[in-house]
Design a protein around this ligand. Structure first.
Ligand code: FAD
Ligand code: NAG
Ligand code: NAG
Length: 457
């Protein structure tokens, strides 16, 4: 297993409860409870049972881990300690300790889980896409994964995941064959189409509500070098484009003939990992800054979409102008297609449906993403308020123009949005029932305050 990170919050209170869960090869519950009672702090107890794997503020591993967060808001959260487990057993033990602590209502036992560590051997939740693709590139193989080398796996997969290959193969989650999880009661389970299939479906979009994922198995396929690159310019007099619609024996085909007369684009044939690094270099300006993502989904209607996008542009432009005082504001508006053919691939590939609920639609959709970053925390409230207002205005506009769709893509959603609710009532009920079955005591609801919670459904 690759390293993943568990962050534990600061001690506030301590109450002792009697629990009745005992595991043979683990310290007894009595020992754990006694330790927690004696030390009155989760971090000390974790450190006792998992020596040399728990780091506090004074240790360099702590700051390295903190700085590995993309957003300044997360970097500033300052947990009381950070646990970097080295095996599945470590995670089991940690969950046991945390579970005892959370049940005893020790506020300091609230925790969060994240991937994206930096030590990687197999495809684990701590891996990042750049390393996975680099390994696969050498074998002329690829998997459906993220598009930016520096992004982690577990969050992207459990939120759905949009890939360069999604047009052919659907969401990243649709191409996961199985996952291993540590449940709230520290049991290890495999989730796949044939084992705990309800849990398997739920993690394909249901994010961190069920357990801690310790490994993934994914479909891989042959892939030679791909073609791509970028041109970063408003209007560029060096670009030339011929768009042909050619009927070949009656079958329509689209052909683009591209030319660039100056020679400074990066368009080329290269490895997948190379392109994901290129985008990471562009995205790096937002790393470590205060970040905000906001997303909406619309129906693509030929006769309306272009005018709708023009209106969205005007609204966004107004918002940017209202935020001119925000220092180093980087404001990006991205449209991405989400056609019916893409979002229904998952149900077709033998791995079974995901939980996003998009099958209930039959139109081609498209996604709008705003990615903002800025320098100073004192601007956070101003930026958030402006974006909430923009979101509402665009929502209203889309309703008026008849292109509204209720789906909210979790991996792009702001904290105030409710992506899980957008999966449809049937799927909401399903997610709740799966969480209840695999985490009956609600450890991942009460013990993990972060992420999109079932209590908001
Ligand atoms: C620069 C950039 C590029 C991006 N590009 C894409 C893209 O191409 N396609 C796309 O779909 N999205 C993209 N995203 C969005 C991305 O999917 C989300 O930010 C996602 O949360 C990243 O996952 P992570 O594992 O790195 O994050 P983390 O912060 O580690 O985790 C995110 C969530 O997953 C949970 N989680 C983490 N590890 C585990 C685990 N082991 N078990 C259970 N739960 C866990 C966490 O608790 C948290 O709720 C991009 C984001 C950025 C900043
Ligand atoms: C090519 O583009 C670059 C960057 O925009 C510019 O500096 C350069 O003058 C251009 N070259 C020619 C021959 O126009
Ligand atoms: C752990 O929880 C799962 C899901 O609720 C349950 O099936 C299993 O029996 C539990 N195992 C133990 C040892 O309590």
């Amino acid at each position: 297993m690759d390293s993943l990170i568990i962050r534990v919050r600061t001690l506030v209170a301590f109450v002792c409860l009697n629990l009745s869960l005992v595991k043979a090869d683990m310290p007894t519950l009595e020992a754990i409870t006694a330790k927690l009672e004696g030390e009155k702090a989760c971090c000390t107890a974790l450190d006792f049972f998992l020596p040399k794997k728990v780091f506090t503020e004074l240790h360099p591993a702590y700051s390295i881990s903190q700085l590995s967060f993309w957003s300044a808001q997360e970097q500033r959260l300052n947990p009381a300690c950070i646990l970097i487990p080295e095996s599945q057993e470590d995670v089991q033990l940690a969950v046991t300790v945390l579970n005892v602590g959370v049940k005893a209502e020790i506020a300091s036992c609230k925790f969060s889980v994240r991937g994206a560590g930096n030590k990687a051997i197999t495809f684990g939740p701590g891996d990042r896409w750049g390393r996975i693709f680099g390994t696969l590139d050498e074998l002329s193989l690829a998997m459906v994964g993220g598009r930016v080398s520096t992004v982690g796996t577990a969050g992207l997969i459990t939120g759905g995941g949009v890939s360069f290959f999604s047009g052919r193969k659907g969401f990243v989650a649709d191409n996961i064959k199985s996952a291993t999880l540590i449940l709230a009661n520290s049991t290890v389970v495999t989730a796949s189409a044939t084992s705990n299939s309800d849990l398997y479906r739920a993690i394909k979009g249901g994010t961190n509500n069920f357990g801690i994922i310790t490994s993934f198995t994914a479909d891989i396929f042959e892939q030679q070098k791909i073609w791509g690159g970028e041109i970063v310019k408003a209007f560029d007099p060096y670009t030339a484009l011929i768009t042909d619609l050619i009927w070949v024996s009656g079958i329509p085909t689209v052909t683009y003939q591209l030319a660039y007369t100056n020679g400074s684009t990066t368009i080329r044939k290269s490895y997948l990992s190379d392109f994901t690094r290129e985008i990471a270099a562009l995205a790096a300006v937002t790393e470590g800054m205060n970040n905000l993502l906001v997303t909406l989904t619309f129906v693509n209607k030929d006769e309306v979409s272009v005018n709708f996008m023009k209106e969205v542009y005007k609204l966004a432009d107004k918002t940017v102008k209202s935020l001119l005082s925000v220092i180093n504001l980087n404001f990006v508006m991205t449209f991405q297609p989400l056609p019916h053919a893409l979002y229904t691939k998952g149900a077709e590939n033998g791995n079974g449906a995901n939980i996003l609920g998009l099958e209930r639609f039959d139109e081609d959709l498209f996604n709008l993403l705003f990615t903002l970053s800025w320098l100073l925390p004192l601007d956070n409230a101003k930026v958030e308020a402006a974006m909430k207002e923009l979101e509402q205005k665009i929502k209203k506009l889309s309703q008026t123009m008849g292109v509204d769709n209720e789906f909210v893509y979790l991996n792009y959603a702001a904290g105030w949005q409710n992506p899980l609710a957008s999966y449809g009532q049937e799927n909401v009920n399903f997610i709740k029932s799966v969480a209840k079955k695999y985490d009956p005591s609600g450890l991942f609801q009460t013990g993990v305050p972060g992420g999109f919670k079932l209590s908001n459904l």
